[in-house]
Design a protein around this ligand. Structure first.
Ligand SMILES: [Cu+2]
Length: 171
């Protein structure tokens, strides 16, 4: 008859311990989410800002060709490279994808929170998921730079853009 009371005592001790541990664990867990929620407040308070799609860590856009500094004859075929994420047509919402935009003789947009504009001869969208383009450029020096946009043409966060390269088109 002795073992029965011993078991009961052990069970009671565990039951008594559990409620003591649970609240302290809950408190410890609550601190980081509360801090994160506070940090997220300014973004949530700006309903007009469009939510940017996240780019995967290490994603990179680059111009495969022409090489930076190349001297070429027109028309110029520009080949777009993308590492660490995929290409999807505009309008297709898929995680870790986007489509290319080519900036010719112009800087990337100052506002990365808005859809990339289409500017004739300066900013081209490749919304079908194209990975190259043939350009007719006037003779002389030109700059080329890629910027990846999401299904709504909004740059990703963090921004995935190539280095700006320079090409010289021979007359
Ligand atoms: Cu676009």
């Amino acid at each position: 008859m002795k073992p029965a009371p011993t078991w009961t005592a052990v069970a009671l001790a565990s039951a008594a311990l559990a409620p003591t541990l649970a609240p302290s664990l809950a408190l410890a867990d609550a601190t980081p989410p509360a801090a994160a929620a506070a940090a997220a407040m300014p973004a949530a308070a700006a309903p007009m800002a469009m939510e940017r799609q996240k780019s995967p860590a290490g994603a990179e856009a680059y111009i495969i060709s022409p090489a930076d500094g190349a001297v070429v004859h027109g028309p110029v075929v520009v080949r777009f490279g993308l590492k660490g994420m995929g290409v999807a047509p505009a309008g297709t919402r898929l995680d870790n994808t986007g489509h290319h935009h080519l900036f010719i003789d112009t800087d990337l947009p100052a506002n990365m929170g808005a859809p990339i504009p289409a500017v004739d001869g300066k900013v081209m969208h490749f919304g079908k998921g194209q990975t190259e383009a043939e350009l007719t450029l006037a003779p002389g020096r030109h700059t080329l730079q890629l910027l990846v946009g999401d299904y709504l043409h909004i740059p990703l966060d963090p921004v995935v853009a190539s280095k700006k390269i320079t090409v010289t088109v021979k007359p």
